[in-house]
Ligand binder design. Structure first.
Ligand SMILES: C[S@@+](CC[C@H](N)C(=O)[O-])C[C@H]1O[C@@H](n2cnc3c(N)ncnc32)[C@H](O)[C@@H]1O
Ligand code: SF4
Length: 392
């Protein structure tokens, strides 16, 4: 058995009132009578996966779907359980849809130990929300923020989406201004992805530039410029924090390639594998009846299990590290083992995407490692820079 137990837990709650036209997450509009059974099964699945680590999880993230669609009883059961598996002082986040927020919900979340809410605002423009087929109008989003704050939610994050068909740069600027005016602690600003199979992709195709008609680089620039000018830290590709403490600790665990457990239908988790440096990735299948039937029968739910070999895990770590506003240290062995392409490091500098410096010890002696720091353009290109660095 691997010795290092994951210290982060992701909990997937798949229920949604309807499916938004752009979303391909694992969701279901099944009826509320399933809620209590679903929540009970989450706790059982965690036990089958080895239970919490000693002292409890440092971070718990309840995502969806729409977790706040749970009926009051199942919601209280869920929070009693997350409270029982979280360490004292843990970051416990729940995703909320604005139209589900009222004072009773806010009180339930606070009493249940939720320390952070991620609210799916998406936009403050009625036409943009309509294009996205959201259920909340801009006033509902604003009211939800007030209700959560009044109810005692201390850490509040807002999700925004940019690159929506018909959305102009002025609309994006207005969304950012509206979001900042509400005084959140954290902002996620996602470029809209045109996911195959969604109604959005059916209507507009999957080519972002054709669908949106605005160069997406320009909108991304606008987002980063505006938030940095307002004093926010662009600490990850799509994530901005008011202060370092407000970064999402749970998501930082993903981006620093720590291991985590995932429970619930469709949930993914990664833990140390059998051999040194390898990982075991478990992705529960996205089928609610099968997930429920297995767990209620006392078994682990059906899942795709992938053994990630050490070299692949190292490459994934490089890709993830490039998302963060941190230096990437490439060790000599990363080059010798063919993980990082030395030619890629040169191209990165030639293309003016960042700097590569030798790492010296305190006494000035080089260890052969290099420190890669992406500049703004490099950070915006993100995954393409990773592809450039990784040995082909
Ligand atoms: C899957 S949702 C779950 C939370 C909640 N149900 C909601 O809608 O806000 C989490 C976030 O993913 C983002 N998201 C979902 N589909 C997306 C897409 N196709 N492109 C970009 N962001 C997307 C949305 O911003 C959303 O806030
Ligand atoms: S975006 Fe959120 S509310 Fe809409 S279908 Fe996806 S998970 Fe559900």
């Amino acid at each position: 058995m691997p010795t290092e137990q994951p210290r982060s837990l992701y909990v997937h709650v798949p229920f949604c009132a309807h499916r938004c036209g752009y979303c391909d997450f694992v969701t279901t509009s099944r009826s509320p009578e399933l809620h209590e059974r679903y929540v009970a099964a989450l706790a059982r699945e965690l036990e089958f996966q080895g239970g919490p680590p000693p002292g409890g999880f440092d971070t718990v993230f309840v995502g969806g779907g729409t977790p706040t669609l749970l009926e009051p009883g199942p919601m209280e059961s869920l929070l009693r359980w997350t409270g029982s598996v979280a360490a004292p002082g843990a970051e416990v986040t729940i995703e909320c849809n604005p139209e589900t927020v009222d004072a009773a919900l806010a009180a339930r979340l606070v009493a249940g130990g939720v320390s952070r809410v991620s609210l799916g605002a998406q936009s403050f423009s009625a036409p943009v929300l309509a294009t996205l087929e959201r259920r909340a109008d801009p006033e509902t989003v604003r009211r939800a923020v007030g209700t959560l704050r009044d109810g005692g939610i201390e850490r509040l994050s807002l999700d925004l989406i940019w690159g929506v068909p018909g959305q102009t740069p002025a609309d994006v600027a207005a969304d950012l201004a509206a979001a900042l005016e509400l005084g959140p602690d954290h902002l996620s600003a996602y470029e809209l992805e045109f996911k195959p199979g969604t109604r959005l992709a059916h209507r507009h195709g999957t080519d972002v530039d054709v669908a949106v008609g605005e160069a997406s680089d320009d909108l991304y620039d606008l987002v980063v410029d505006t938030l940095e000018a307002a004093g926010w830290w662009w600490y990850e590709t799509a994530n901005f924090a008011r202060t370092a403490q407000e970064r999402c600790r749970h998501n930082l665990a993903y981006w620093t390639a720590a291991s985590w457990l995932g429970v619930g239908v469709g949930a993914v988790g990664t833990r140390p594998g059998e051999g040194p440096g390898s990982l075991l990735r478990r992705a529960n299948l996205p089928n609610v009846p099968r997930w429920l039937a297995a767990v209620e029968a006392g078994e682990l739910p059906p899942a795709r299990i992938e053994q990630v070999e050490p070299d692949v895990a190292r490459s994934e770590r490089v890709m993830l590290a490039l998302r963060l506003d941190e230096d990437l240290v490439v060790e000599t062995r990363d080059v010798l083992d063919g993980i990082v392409d030395p030619g890629g490091l040169e191209r990165l500098v030639d293309l003016d995407l960042g700097t590569v410096e030798t790492v010296a010890d305190a006494d000035g002696v080089s260890r052969g490692a290099v420190r890669v720091r992406l500049n703004r353009r490099g950070r915006m290109l993100g995954g393409s820079v990773g592809t450039l660095l990784l040995d082909p």
